[in-house]
Design a protein around this ligand. Structure first.
Ligand code: NOJ
Length: 570
């Protein structure tokens, strides 16, 4: 693998196809819908699109339950549409990264159908069966084991019972998965985002989880997250598939440590380009609650700085970071980390500055670039997500808590916050569909939409375009080292980036950049540290009008203000 790779200089845009753009009025986003928006993505300036699953699926978990890895979901279109999409992207110099869901399939996949039909099926061992289920909880509620009446055995499903886990111990299964990956790569895809890839290796014997709290089922992550054969399986995948193509890979790896992540993403000895870590996503979760999105906890800025800085520095010399604040499983970043009312525009831009000027590959989740916010549907009926509905049931039916309390958590945390339709215009249904959308639109589309943002030079969208362009000009943005300033400040997050490594390279040698971010509605004062040499500075970007010549020894930062400067030391 080359030491310098395109994905280190790329900006990635995630599309959740069901909610992006509907071309045929059935209320469900589709591939032709995406094709019709490619010019938009090209103008935004992104290099890579990560497409959430578009494979054939009964949609128990919106495509993360695949019934045929080689076919396109009926609602999304055909293989011909997919080929046209890929060609349209490549014609615009945009690469396509597909979602790879290989921890589990749908129970409607032919392998599982055959496995279930007979204990003698060659596919039986592609899944995990037991006569004695352990106490593991499924992420989507209840036991992680489902009884299969005809065979008298239980099968494992870490997610819904329609998502049986694959048995990676079976070499024939692994071969089939590698062949499937090669087929997509041969069609021209540029990489994979690998769904819960660090859960594919389970501890031998499936030991019980250590009970936490009441109830019969418990989170058993200690026995299947970063399991014993994970690295071995991924190195095999690299040897069999990935090493033969020039690809970008990003592993979704909940509960990963910096050490493990550095090993997995080591350019020589690792197997993946980068991983998604979740420590900053857990910052507002109660640590006593093992499963995600069931609690809300107050967090402080120094805590966020500690997490992000640890990841920035740990993967600086070995491995590579991904940087994101939102995806299809998370609440909207501006509602979670910023201020989605009075300072929506300012804070969305500040958060963009944060993501795009940290070290690593930045990810934009659809709608983040126009500052889309969380939604607060008034009843559970409007929610579509299997996890959200499960959480509501757990709260109200099992734990006897009030519907209001359940909805309070759901409004803050539900995955459907990120899944309301993309807001293209102020026309009905936000211009997403001419039909009835599969999930209601966020009513704020009348003023938060692409059409309005594209016409406004001060919009969040215009600011994203500026940030993406900056990356092309200053290598310190993608390559510089990271240093945190003022770790304990409650409101300001300030960091330096410096191109030490590039000192011998022609481009960007010795470049240094200062980033000052106000994560609050207060007006704290930034004082330039005395020990940093400073002979001059150049304003690179800011989300408020700024006099570029203003002295930076002391800066009174306005609510959610963000500034980045190039520093001159001699
Ligand atoms: C992680 C995906 O991002 C999420 O949407 C899905 O529900 C689970 N993995 C199961 O595939």
């Amino acid at each position: 693998m080359p030491a310098d790779t395109w994905w280190k200089d790329s900006v990635v845009y995630q599309i959740y196809p069901r909610s992006f753009s509907d071309s045929n009025g059935d209320g469900i986003g589709d591939l032709q819908g995406i094709i019709s928006r490619l010019d938009y993505l090209s103008e935004l300036g992104v290099d890579v699109v990560w497409l959430s699953p578009v494979y054939k699926s009964p949609n128990d978990d919106n495509g993360y339950d695949i019934s045929d890895y080689h076919a396109i979901m009926d609602e999304f279109g055909t293989m011909a549409d997919w080929k046209a999409l890929l060609a349209g992207m490549h014609a615009r110099n945009i690469k396509l990264v597909m979602d790879l869901v290989v921890n589990h399939t749908s129970d409607e996949h032919a392998w599982f159908q055959s496995a279930r039909a007979s204990k003698d099926s060659p596919y039986r061992d592609y899944y995990i069966w037991s006569t004695q289920p352990n106490n593991w909880a499924s992420f989507f509620g209840g036991s992680a084991w489902e009884y299969d009446e005809p065979s008298g055995e239980y099968y494992l499903h870490l997610f819904s019972k329609k998502q049986p886990d694959l048995n990676w111990e079976n070499p024939q299964l692994r071969k089939e998965l590698y062949a499937m990956m090669r087929r997509w790569l041969d069609l021209g895809v540029d990489g994979f985002r690998m769904d819960v890839i660090n859960m594919i290796s389970k501890a031998p014997g499936f030991p019980d989880a250590t009970p936490q709290g009441a109830g019969p089922y418990h989170f058993g992550g200690e026995h299947f997250v970063n399991g014993p054969r994970l690295e071995e399986f991924l190195l095999e995948m690299k040897a069999e598939v990935l090493s033969q193509y020039d690809v970008m890979t990003v592993g979704e790896t909940p509960m990963i440590t910096t050490e493990k992540a550095a090993a997995l993403t080591d350019i020589e000895t690792g197997s993946l380009s980068m991983v998604f870590q979740f420590e900053h996503m857990d910052i507002d979760e109660d640590p006593q609650t093992a499963l995600p999105r069931r609690s809300i906890r107050e967090w402080s800025l120094p805590e966020l700085k500690e997490v992000m800085s640890r990841w920035q520095t740990a993967l600086q010399d070995r491995g590579w970071n991904s940087v994101y604040l939102c995806n299809h499983d998370m609440p909207r970043s501006v509602s979670r980390f910023g201020n989605d009312s009075r300072f929506r525009v300012e804070s969305a831009k500040m958060l963009a500055t944060f993501v795009h000027l940290l070290g690593g590959t930045p990810y934009i989740y659809q709608g983040e670039e126009i500052g889309m916010t969380n939604v607060a549907f008034s009843g559970i009926q409007a929610y579509r997500d299997i996890e959200t509905r499960t959480i509501y049931r757990e709260f109200v039916e099992e734990q006897g808590r009030s519907p209001e309390e359940a909805l309070r958590i759901i409004h803050a945390k539900s995955r459907d916050n990120a899944r309301t339709p993309m807001q293209w215009s102020s026309k009905s249904n936000a211009g997403f569909t001419t039909g009835e959308p599969w999930i209601p639109v966020n009513p704020n589309y009348t003023h938060i939409n692409v059409e309005a943002a594209a016409a406004d030079p001060n919009s969040v969208l215009s600011y994203y375009k500026e940030l993406i362009k900056l990356r092309r000009h200053y290598s310190v943005i993608s390559r510089g080292d990271y240093e945190l300033l003022m770790p304990d400040h409650e409101h300001l997050y300030c960091f330096l980036r410096s191109n030490k490594k590039a000192a011998t390279e022609s481009r960007g040698a010795g470049e240094r950049m200062l980033v000052v971010l106000n994560f609050s509605a207060a007006t704290p004062v930034f004082v330039f540290p005395e020990d940093i040499p400073l002979a001059g500075f150049e304003l690179l970007v800011s989300n408020y009008p700024v006099d570029p010549a203003e002295d930076i020894e002391q800066l009174t930062m306005r609510p959610y203000e963000a500034r980045a400067y190039l520093l001159v030391s001699t």
